[in-house]
Structures are given as C-alpha cells and as structure tokens.
Design a protein around this ligand. Structure first.
Ligand code: SF4
Length: 281
C-alpha cells in the first residue's frame, strides 16, 4: 500500500482505520506532531518562560513525549525541560531497571537533566513489597497514587511550572470510561485541566489525542528503543480489563476512542470541579 497523502508515493507503514488514511513514515510523524501541537495550543499547555518537568519512566510514551517536546520547541530559548524519573521498586523480569536504563539513554541523547527518586527512599517500601502483602486491591491502586504524589511534590521543589505526562489517547479514554463505570463524577470533573487544584503544579498531557499505536511507531521512527514488555503487575488492574474492552470496540468500530473523548469533552463543560460538601482527595 502507498501513502494516501496527495503527491506522496512512499510505502505506507500504518492504516488509520478511524480516518481511512494510509500513512508513510514521513506523514505519520507529521500527523502525530500536528495532533500534539493542536492540542497544546488549544489548551494553552505551554506559556512563556515555562520550566517543564517531564515524567520520564523510560517507556515508549514518556520517551517519545520528551523527544517531541524538545523537537517542537527547539527554537524556544525561554523554555526549560528536565526529566523526573521514579523507581517504584518493580524488580520482576527486571522491568523498572530496564525502562530506567532507557530513560538514561534518551536524556543523554537529548541533553536534558534528570532527577531520580524512589518509593523506597521516599516511602520506605517498594511496589514488590506491596504485592507480597496480598492486599485485595491491585498494586496499581497504590503505585499510581504514590507516583503522582511524588512527582507533583518533587516538581514543585525543583521549581517546575508544569508537569508533562505521557498519557496517550488510549490512557485518557480508559480513565474516562473507568470513572463512568465507577460513577465517580468528581474524578471525571478533575480530569479536565481547568479543574485542577491551584496548589499543585499544573499537569499537561500533550499526547492525549494520539493513539497508543501511533506513539509507539513515532518512537521507533525517532530511533527510541521501545520496550515491548508491560509492567508485570498490569494485568491485575481494572484498567487492564477496560483497555482490552476498548481495544475490542476500537477494532470492531474504528473511531470509538475519539468519539468517547469528544463526548467527554462536551460533558465536562457541565461537570463541577468539586461536589458540594465533599473534600477533594
Ligand atoms: Fe505501577 Fe500498576 Fe503501572 Fe505497574 S502497571 S507501574 S504497578 S501503576
């Protein structure tokens, strides 16, 4: 198959079923960067003089995010980027050590400073230890909250004005669906950037409209080493069930992810940042 873009005869590397387009390497890169720029402009994610902390696990998404930010803003001398990495203590299959090595490679290549923190040092335990306690909840329940908290705290201490996270379209839509399924209107409202609490460094998600498979391809084209192994605990999470369900929907009904995202954006205008009489967690 050839690229569908006018005047392009390059071989296609992806078929976007939701748009009906075949794209070659060049046009896939262009398309991903266009989506990122559009979303960043729409939500005013970057302002003059910003010091942006990029949450870098060393996985494909966060490595691609750092790469794309450095590329898109290479002429903006007023902006500063640095990385924050968190070692949650996941030693099974050498998982976290492997992704953190990847993080080192990408920061060396891009010439970015990195600040490393660990659960063990900060909280006195690792995710492996949490798992060994056999709690009813999936380890992700603790891991996700503690990592967010640690990154937010350290970003503030390091003087960041924004924290950039690598949530892609799939992640965003999974979160929306999880909150719908749980009936958690407050969390649904807080997903919207406008409803963030003022005391925290604002979080931005430049990849939130890019499908996961396109981020992975973009990373490969950029020469980023892509680790295909997932966290060994991911299958224990509710998110994993939702992800499988969404993938099935997307494959039978292309465009499902975008329509869920669009639906959420319309609904979010009416969602409160906080329900009366409730304290935010
Ligand atoms: Fe943590 Fe769960 Fe993510 Fe693994 S899948 S890194 S346990 S949140």
């Amino acid at each position: 198959m050839r690229c569908s873009k006018k005047g392009c005869n390059n071989p296609s590397i992806i078929y976007q079923r939701y748009s009906g387009l075949h794209l070659c390497k060049v046009h896939l890169v262009e398309d991903v960067e266009r989506k990122v720029k559009k979303e960043m402009r729409k939500r005013v994610m970057v302002e003059k003089g910003d010091k942006i902390a990029v949450a870098l696990s060393g996985g494909k998404d966060s490595s691609a995010l750092l790469y794309i930010l450095k590329k898109v803003f290479h002429e903006r001398n007023d902006l500063e980027f640095f990385a924050i990495s968190v070692d949650e203590g996941i030693s099974l299959n050498g998982y976290r050590a492997m992704t953190l090595r990847n993080a080192e490679t990408i920061i060396d290549r891009l010439g970015v400073d990195i600040f490393r923190f660990s659960f063990l040092h900060k909280f006195g335990f690792t995710v492996d230890e949490i798992v060994s306690k056999n709690f009813k909840q999936a380890p992700c329940t603790f891991c996700g909250v503690l990592r967010r908290q640690l990154i937010a705290e350290k970003a503030m201490e390091l003087g960041a004005t924004k924290v950039a996270t690598a949530h892609n379209l799939d992640d965003e839509v999974q979160t929306i669906l999880i909150n719908y399924i749980r009936g958690d209107i407050e969390r649904l409202g807080r997903l919207d950037m406008r409803h963030r609490r003022k005391e925290f460094v604002p979080r931005i998600k430049p990849l939130r409209t890019v499908p996961e498979e396109e981020v992975a391809l973009y990373a490969r084209i950029a020469g980023i080493s892509v680790i295909t192994d997932d966290c060994p605990y991911v299958t224990r999470s509710f998110r994993f069930t939702v992800k499988r369900m969404l993938n099935e929907f997307e494959s039978k009904h292309p465009g499902t992810r975008y329509s869920l995202m669009r639906g959420y954006e319309r609904v979010s205008e009416f969602l409160p940042a906080r329900l009366p009489g409730r304290k935010l967690l």
